[in-house]
Design a binder for this molecule. Structure first.
Ligand SMILES: [Zn+2]
Length: 230
């Protein structure tokens, strides 16, 4: 989990750096702490403010959170209840929300994060899904379950396979094909010699076999690769 988390972290910071500097809203913990301490300084000593200070004051306010008896300062979007988190925390926050929602999908994750956080974007959530181990496992186990369901025939004469064996290189007089009829359920085989592989000739032999062995009303005939109706 740790390595996926660090790759994720690098990627979200990289994409943040590509944006215009004044719209940055995600940064590493160190910078996050610097913003908090600068805001504290501004509040306590009221020094001469720089352009950046005005921007900070416009964007952020400090929120005090008590976690297990200790009070911690966090950044909150001014005049809202939306919290800013640092890049190191995005992954863990997303994992926690994702689990609470029973491995919730992207839309529900976006909705949930928007209600509480100011700087988790849709792109970050999309990226998160690539690194969520549980989702990857779920996907691969679903893929493993896809198996071809075998056809089961319960009774004789309900399904059969017909194929023609091409004997044109070694014909026996006028006969150039072996007609191979196999019952799907019992595997019983009927063989006939054919002069051509036309539908008419094949049909004559099928009728012969049906009359001989009997056929169910819902007859399922599977034609082999070599079988052509002309
Ligand atoms: Zn997941």
């Amino acid at each position: 989990m740790e390595s996926k988390k660090s790759i994720f972290q690098t990627k979200i910071l990289e994409s943040e750096e590509k944006k215009a500097t004044n719209s940055l809203s995600l940064f590493p913990r160190e910078e996050y702490e610097q913003v908090i301490s600068r805001l504290n300084e501004l509040k306590q000593y009221n020094p001469t403010k720089t352009k950046l200070d005005y921007r900070l004051l416009q964007k952020y306010e400090i929120l005090e959170v008590t976690i297990e008896g200790t009070t911690v300062q966090k950044l909150q979007k001014k005049d809202t209840q939306l919290r800013f988190i640092c890049a190191e925390d995005v992954f863990d926050v997303l994992v926690a929300i994702h689990r609470i929602m029973g491995l919730g999908g992207r839309t529900s994750m976006c909705k949930a994060t928007k209600e509480k956080y100011a700087n988790i974007s849709r792109d970050q959530i999309t990226l998160f899904f690539q690194y969520c181990e549980e989702c990857q496992l779920k996907k691969s186990s679903v893929r493993k379950c896809v198996v071809v369901k075998p056809i089961v025939s319960k009774s004789m004469n309900s399904r059969a396979l017909v194929d023609l064996i091409d004997m044109q290189s070694q014909p026996d007089g006028k006969y150039r094909f072996i007609f191979n009829y196999q019952d799907h359920s019992t595997k019983m085989i009927c063989l006939r010699a054919l002069q051509t592989k036309t539908a008419e000739e094949v049909a004559i032999h099928l009728v012969d076999i049906f009359c001989d062995k009997g056929a169910l009303i819902f007859f399922n005939l599977t034609m082999g690769e070599n079988f052509q109706i002309r």
